[in-house]
Design a protein around this ligand. Structure first.
Ligand SMILES: Cc1cc2nc3c(=O)[nH]c(=O)nc-3n(C[C@H](O)[C@H](O)[C@H](O)COP(=O)(O)OP(=O)(O)OC[C@H]3O[C@@H](n4cnc5c(N)ncnc54)[C@H](O)[C@@H]3O)c2cc1C
Length: 323
């Protein structure tokens, strides 16, 4: 299924009405392989950004690339020295690179950001795979298959054809913050898979009737289902045009809090209930736990939580009010 609008040959997965379907897909992918889900999320995010802010020609070009097998992504994270541009007549030449760039080395159509005084500018690049990737730059515990490495983009020429939208569009709300529900959905898929593997292990070992283990199974079910309710509601709100954008962002931020807590609960319950086998390399529980613990680390969680609390206190979102 493609996230492009049907007018550009897609299934409209990026459309407001399809966000719950997208949530289900991300959960299923997260359950199968969290790195794959991460790559897919970045791909869909890039398509949604280009579809929202790009020109018809840019959307059509990206759609053609994707139909030809190219993967897209959004590379926003900067190292100590961020990606910059130097003017050369009507065009600019990029200097520096990106870090934590999922799919570095094989994503061919990344949307990269360059910080300017007027806000972040997005450039939709066309890479040939020859760019220098720092293979040692992702020594993380998990998510190795996401290839979230540092990549050097120095020397790439960008101009009006590559520039998507206007400066500041990248962080335009509610979309910038409220889209966080997508990584929550992928993470939830991994947490659900862990809970399933735990149940299977309990049954295989004849430990499924133990009251303490039953309590852990119930705890996993509560955590996963709580997160799913939040995420599905956040997905619906992301697509709503009638809601106050501040309330949509606040709800997504609360969803981050709820789903991170749920995933951490599942990790603890499964690791304590499965015991040492949850830490033995080669065991699915071990790999998924490592991937999930790593991917749970997303930007500024404290700010997401405190911004949501401030939105409640200032009356943008009322507790108990789902409108
Ligand atoms: C698997 C994976 C794939 C990724 N792929 C991509 C990608 O394709 N593209 C991309 O752009 N990025 C990607 N990222 C990076 C991601 O978007 C974040 O930049 C990264 O995860 C931030 O993690 P962090 O824990 O360092 O965040 P931080 O925001 O530094 O948070 C760490 C802690 O510090 C706190 N904190 C943050 N700011 C402050 C402050 N000013 N003062 C005090 N405390 C503070 C936070 O609340 C938190 O407790 C990826 C990350 C992962 C894990």
């Amino acid at each position: 299924m493609s996230a492009f609008d049907p007018a550009f040959g897609g299934a409209g997965l990026g459309d407001a009405a399809q966000q719950r379907t997208l949530a289900t897909i991300l959960r299923l992918l997260g359950a199968a392989d969290l790195s794959l889900a991460r790559l897919f999320e970045g791909h869909v995010n890039a398509i949604m950004l280009v579809s929202r802010y790009g020109s018809e020609i840019q959307i059509a070009n990206l759609s053609k690339s994707v139909k030809g097998g190219a993967l897209a992504g959004v590379w926003g994270a900067d190292g100590a020295i961020g990606l910059s541009r130097a003017r050369h007549g009507d065009a600019s030449v990029l200097r520096g690179g990106k870090i934590f760039a999922s799919g570095a080395g094989f994503v061919r159509r990344p949307l990269v950001t360059v910080a300017t005084d007027g806000g972040h500018i997005m450039y939709l690049l066309r890479l040939d795979g020859q760019e220098q990737v720092d293979v040692a730059s992702w020594p993380a515990l998990g998510m190795r298959a996401s290839a979230s490495k540092a990549i050097d983009l120095t020397g790439i020429t960008v101009g009006v054809n590559e520039e998507v939208g206007s400066p500041g569009d990248f962080m335009r709300q509610p979309f910038f913050s409220a889209g966080a529900w997508r990584f929550c959905a992928a993470q939830l898929g991994a947490a659900e898979r862990l809970a399933t593997l735990f149940q299977e292990q309990l049954k295989a070992k004849g430990r499924a009737s133990d009251p303490y283990q039953l309590e852990r199974v119930a705890g996993c079910a509560v955590a996963c289902t709580t997160a799913r309710f939040w995420i599905e509601e956040a997905a619906l709100r992301f697509g709503s045009e009638s809601l106050d954008p501040s309330a949509v962002v606040a709800f997504a931020n609360l969803t981050r809090c709820a789903s991170e807590r749920a995933a951490l609960d599942v990790l603890e319950l499964v690791q304590r209930g499965a015991g040492l086998s949850a830490f033995l390399r080669g065991q699915p529980i071990e790999r998924i736990s490592r991937d999930l613990a790593t991917y749970l680390r997303q930007p500024v969680p404290d700010l997401a939580m405190s911004d949501a609390a401030r939105a409640i206190l200032s009356g943008h979102l009322s507790i108990g009010d789902i409108e």
